[in-house]
Design a protein around this ligand. Structure first.
Ligand code: SF4
Length: 440
């Protein structure tokens, strides 16, 4: 039996018409692995602007009955017996990480959920509240600053500036059809511009956004179907660098494979950019599987590296990334290389409550960071069905009762006081900024 204390928020569910409503007498519950937690107002945030609510099909919501003081799996609307109800989850805006996922049980027909994160959410005093923490305050991907008419004006301008450039045309599709915030920022002339280049990857991530074999999981965006020429890449990068103060241009996007597998285009592109300007930050988001290629890219002028990891444990990493022709140790070698060369290194650490905050993962991450230091952890939400992810991870490594994402961040900060947390790739003007105080 759980205790109802402080200020719990109300449970929200959806009916089969997609209407979302709160349930009188029931409190919202968050899930981390098999651990259920009653969501309190003080440990949640007003759902950030730009977040979206989703109804989870073929699943039953877990809520907390305030009369019986028990967790309950709802099979129907208690206010309207006979009406089926479904769990509701929030896909929160960039800059926030989940502390709990939406609490649900799968029904017998449940398939894989699409590639989103499924944050716990409830209703309190006229607002939806999400079980999240803010890790980056920069409005880089704030949709209020990305009006469609402004993006369209930027598209027209870039068409004139870069006619015939296939990468520019690809980014138009990203910005206007997929609504990609990084693509929009290129046309708006803000912050970070994407430089997708690679058609191939040497991993097979369970949650790869650009390629999913079979029909079990649908991918969100088509992988780029050509390799841009170095001249096309450099022209897009230079157009951004020349008009944006403290700009970042980044290889390694959601609509491509891994950029290390397009090094034959990336390396000369970096050289071309650097032959024209010393301004701007050239960054690469990558699986870091090929240290020998990364060394050449650094020599060409790459400024920073962001390495993706779902786990600091080899077994969990391999179960998620499913490397084809490299080893976890190659990733470690890349981090060590970047450190030896004095380059700025981030982790793109894929957070999923229940695994990321298990005591085993925390201990592994602590040892990992001690041996392979990074400047910044970019905390990102894993976009994958949480229950299927827990099953996949529990099959390869022990996952103890979660310590909580707040505790995880606080404990890591205690051990590594210089380690920064964030969400976005910083420009090099901010490589040496001190860590922001933790507001947990
Ligand atoms: S490393 Fe990136 S591109 Fe490669 S499979 Fe994983 S998510 Fe997809």
């Amino acid at each position: 039996m759980a205790k109802v204390d402080r200020d719990p928020i109300a449970a929200v569910v959806a009916n089969d018409r997609g209407e979302i409503f709160d349930l009188d007498g029931y409190a919202a519950v968050g899930m981390a692995g098999e651990q259920m937690t009653l969501l309190q107002a003080a440990e949640t945030c007003k759902m950030p602007y730009g977040s979206e609510l989703m109804r989870l099909p073929d699943r039953r919501p877990i809520v907390f009955n305030r009369s019986t003081l028990e967790f309950e799996v709802l099979t129907e609307n208690p206010m309207l017996p006979g009406e089926a109800v479904f769990p509701v989850a929030a896909f929160n805006s960039p800059g926030y990480i989940l502390t709990h996922v939406s609490a649900f049980r799968e029904g017998p027909r449940a398939g894989y959920l699409p590639l989103f994160s499924y944050g716990a959410v409830g209703w309190h005093r006229g607002n939806f509240r999400s079980a999240i923490l803010q890790v980056d305050r920069e409005p880089r991907q704030d949709l209020r600053q990305m009006q469609r008419r402004d993006v369209a004006a930027g598209v027209r301008k870039m068409r004139k500036m870069l006619p015939g450039n296939r990468l520019r045309a690809h980014l138009e599709h990203c910005a206007l059809v997929y609504g990609c915030p990084a693509g929009k920022n290129f046309f708006l002339g803000r912050y970070e511009a994407p430089l997708p280049t690679s058609r191939y990857c040497n991993a097979r991530c369970l949650g790869c956004l650009s390629l999913q074999p079979g029909e079990r999981v649908s991918h969100c965006q088509d992988r780029i179907g050509f390799t841009p020429d170095p001249e096309e890449i450099a022209a897009v990068a230079l157009a951004h660098i020349q008009r944006v103060r403290h700009s970042v241009v980044s290889f390694g996007q959601g609509c491509e494979g891994d950029p290390l597998l397009a090094a034959e285009a990336v390396e000369p592109a970096i050289r071309l950019i650097r032959s024209r300007t010393a301004e701007g930050t050239i960054n690469m988001n990558t699986n870091a599987s090929r240290p020998e290629v990364i060394e050449k890219l650094f020599a060409a002028g790459l400024d920073s590296l962001r390495v993706s990891l779902n786990s600091a444990r080899k077994a969990c990493y391999e179960a998620y990334f499913r490397p084809k022709d490299y080893r976890f140790e190659d990733v470690l070698d890349s981090l060590d290389l970047a450190n030896r060369l004095g380059k700025f290194v981030s982790l793109n650490y894929l957070n999923c409550p229940g695994i990321s905050d298990s005591p085993q993962e925390y201990e592994a991450l602590k040892s990992f960071l001690g041996a392979h230091p990074v400047h910044l952890i970019q905390w990102r939400n894993l976009n994958f069905d949480p229950r299927r992810y827990w099953q996949a991870m529990a099959a390869v490594a022990p996952q103890g009762p979660p310590m909580g994402v707040r505790v995880l961040l606080a404990e890591l900060r205690r051990h590594f006081p210089d380690l920064r947390y964030g969400y976005f790739n910083p420009p090099r003007e901010r490589f040496h900024a001190p860590p922001a105080p933790l507001e947990l």
